[in-house]
Structures are given as structure tokens and as C-alpha cells.
Design a binder for this molecule. Structure first.
Ligand SMILES: Nc1ncnc2c1ncn2[C@@H]1O[C@H](COP(=O)(O)OP(=O)(O)OP(=O)(O)O)[C@@H](O)[C@H]1O
Ligand SMILES: [Mg+2]
Length: 349
């Protein structure tokens, strides 16, 4: 099998705030193959944005990447020097973040910004850069590119600005596009057009995409692989049709019931309770307080990732033998006896 394009291994990012250490991303691992489209979903605050920003090291103080590896074609991004990082971001990985207007410079025409992106990547004249920028605007479906190129961001609609940002991202012909909620705030028609565009670009350029969305409909339309995050960790991941058809993590099941789906548009059942404060997350499984299937053992160790074949994995005790055994032998445990209990759980593995 071909080497993965991106290999995220045990990535951990924290924010060191006055209120304490916020465990925003806690040991997540996944891979992205060339041309693969991966969707990341999860409730607000589950660490989706921080996780992808960590991949390209766009974490500002008080945030810090505390551990793990992010291999890009085999080289660890977390250990790249400033030059390597700059060329990686300019050339190979492109990013489209939430809120296009924030990402565009209001004082420059959109065209100037795209031309700059083109020229940062290719050794071309201004004129050639301009031609390429018009091509890119056409490619992202902007109707009158030779006019649009000399307009300022405030003259663009939200949908156009989002397209312009994608054009800018594509200027470097990246191998991977990271898009954080690229369709949020756009109306449904524009949203559908953007998804078509992304799909088409992925096919034409064999570009991999990691897309964050809280909209499961958007993700299931576009993505091949699904990553479900909860409280800074990956609860479940796998081929999207397998995860949708047969979710293994109780959180995934409840999350699916809580969001609209094509096959289930009305039956919205909010998940009881709320996500934990990541400055003091619960021990063991971070979902246990809200989980209808939690048992005492879920409070102790971090749940192992259980593999269900074909890369489908869920981090939940419920699929382990320990969990089944713990039914037969209920083990009441005192609050202050974590060490002993952890050891006991390991033995039974
Ligand atoms: N600058 C910061 N300082 C402190 N905590 C932060 C900071 N940025 C993010 N966090 C925390 O990190 C956690 C993950 O945030 P993140 O933005 O990744 O969530 P998200 O899944 O992208 O949510 P949304 O769907 O709302 O965009 C949250 O608990 C958030 O409060
Ligand atoms: Mg976010």
C-alpha cells in the first residue's frame, strides 16, 4: 500500500490559561492517504479546529503542541524548521479556515491576493500570475472573473469570498487541502456548489481533503472517511458508510441521533448532559458521564481503540472483554484507589 500522505500520531495540544490547563486535543491518531477525503465531526468545542491547526502548527500562545508526531510524506512536521514549515504551508498543504472575510486582507483586491499566492509558488511574471488568478477564479466557479479580480473583499458575497479563499488555497496546487467549516454560513445552494467544486477538484488533482464540519449531511456527501471527535479525543473513525451503518461508540450513535440526516430528518434527540470542561476532564473515558453504557471501569483507564476491521476503530470499553467481564464481577472501587484499579484492569486485558 502507498505511504500515507499525512500520519497524525498521538497529537496532543493544550492551552495554558489562568483557569488551568485546557486539554483541547488529547492523543489523536489518524492517517490521510493521497487523494483521500476525510471528514471530522463533533460537537462544538470537541477540538476539531485545534486538531487541524496543530497539524500545520498554527497554534498561538497560550496554546502549545505538547506531544505526538505529524508525519508529512514521512517527515515530522512538528520537527521541521521555520523554512521547511513555510514551504510546506505555501506549497503542499493549503488551508481554508472558518470565516473567509477574516482571512482576506480588506485593503487589497482579491485579485492581488491570489496573484501573490500564485507568485509565491510559481516563478511567473505579474501578467502570467494574473492570467493564472483568473483561471483559478473560473475554476472555483466565480462567474465574471476578470471583473471579480479587481474587486475588494467587501464587494464579495460570503459565498464568493469563500470561493476566492479556495482559489487562493489552490494557487499552490497543494497535495492536501484542510478546510475548517468551509460551508458554514452559506446558503444551501452555494453550499452544494462548493461541495461539488471540492469533489471535482479532488478528482481532477488527486488532492486529499480534510474537512471539518458540524454538519453530518455535508460530510456524508463528500467524505470517504469519518472521524468523530469528542472532548479532544477521537471517539470513532472509519470508512464513512461503515461508521454510519454500524456505529460502535455510544457517543457516535447518540451524535447521529442528535443531528439531522437524510434518512432521519426529523427525529432529533439531543444528547443529555453537556461536554466536559476540558480544563478538568473526567478520568478514564471523557464521555462516561453522559454515556448510557458506562460502567465503573470506564472511570479508570483511557478506553483502548478497538479495531473492527478495515480501519474502523472506536475508543470504547464496551467492545472489550474486560467490559463484558465487569458485568459478571462488579468491582466497586474507592475514589482514591485509581492506581491499584488501573493495574487490575491491565492484567485482565
Ligand atoms: N485560545 C484558546 N485558549 C483557551 N482554550 C482554547 C483556545 N482555543 C481553543 N480552546 C479550547 O479548545 C477546545 C477545542 O476548541 P476547538 O476550537 O478546536 O473546537 P471545535 O470542535 O472546532 O468547535 P466549533 O465546532 O465550535 O468550531 C475548546 O474547549 C476550546 O475552549
Ligand atoms: Mg472549530
Amino acid at each position: 500500500m502507498a505511504e500515507p500522505l499525512l500520519e497524525v500520531e498521538n497529537l496532543t495540544t493544550q492551552f495554558h490559561t489562568d483557569e488551568g490547563t485546557v486539554s483541547a486535543v488529547d492523543g489523536i491518531s489518524y492517517t490521510v492517504d493521497p487523494g483521500e477525503i476525510v471528514g471530522i465531526v463533533g460537537e462544538s468545542g470537541s477540538g476539531k479546529s485545534v486538531s487541524v491547526r496543530s497539524v500545520v502548527r498554527l497554534i498561538d500562545s497560550p496554546g502549545r503542541i505538547e506531544g505526538g508526531h505529524v508525519y508529512w510524506k514521512g517527515t515530522d512536521i512538528l520537527r521541521m524548521d521555520a523554512d521547511e514549515l513555510r514551504s510546506l504551508r505555501g506549497d503542499e498543504i493549503a488551508m481554508v479556515f472558518q470565516d473567509p472575510r477574516e482571512a482576506l486582507d480588506p485593503a487589497q483586491t482579491v485579485g492581488a491576493q491570489i496573484i501573490e499566492a500564485v507568485r509565491a509558488h510559481r516563478d511567473v511574471t505579474k501578467r502570467e500570475g494574473r492570467d493564472r488568478a483568473i483561471e483559478l477564479l473560473t475554476e472555483v466557479g466565480i462567474a465574471n472573473p476578470s471583473e471579480a479580480i479587481s474587486q475588494y473583499p467587501h464587494e464579495y458575497s460570503g459565498g464568493m469570498a469563500q470561493r476566492a479563499l479556495i482559489a487562493m488555497a489552490l494557487a499552490s496546487e497543494p497535495d492536501l487541502l484542510i478546510a475548517d467549516e468551509p460551508t458554514t454560513g452559506l446558503d444551501v445552494t452555494i453550499q452544494a456548489q462548493l461541495l461539488d467544486l471540492l469533489r471535482e477538484l479532488q478528482q481532477r488533482r488527486d488532492m486529499a481533503i480534510v474537512m471539518i464540519s458540524h454538519d453530518l449531511g455535508v460530510v456524508s456527501e463528500l467524505c470517504e472517511t469519518l472521524i468523530v471527535m469528542y472532548a479532544g479525543r477521537i471517539a470513532e473513525q472509519g470508512a464513512i458508510e461503515e461508521v454510519l451503518a454500524s456505529p460502535k461508540h455510544p457517543y457516535t450513535r447518540l451524535f447521529f441521533e442528535s443531528v439531522p440526516r437524510v434518512d432521519n430528518p426529523d427525529a432529533l434527540e439531543p444528547i443529555a448532559g453537556s461536554p466536559p470542561n476540558l480544563a478538568s476532564p473526567p478520568s478514564g473515558c471523557r464521555f462516561r458521564d453522559r454515556c448510557p453504557e458506562a460502567k465503573p471501569l470506564c472511570a479508570h483507564d483511557r478506553p483502548p481503540e478497538v479495531e473492527f476491521g478495515n480501519g474502523h476503530r472506536a475508543a470504547c470499553f464496551a467492545s472489550t472483554e474486560e467490559y463484558r467481564d465487569s458485568d459478571a464481577v462488579p468491582r466497586p472501587r474507592p475514589e482514591n484507589d485509581l492506581e491499584t484499579d488501573a493495574a487490575a484492569t491491565e492484567v485482565s486485558e
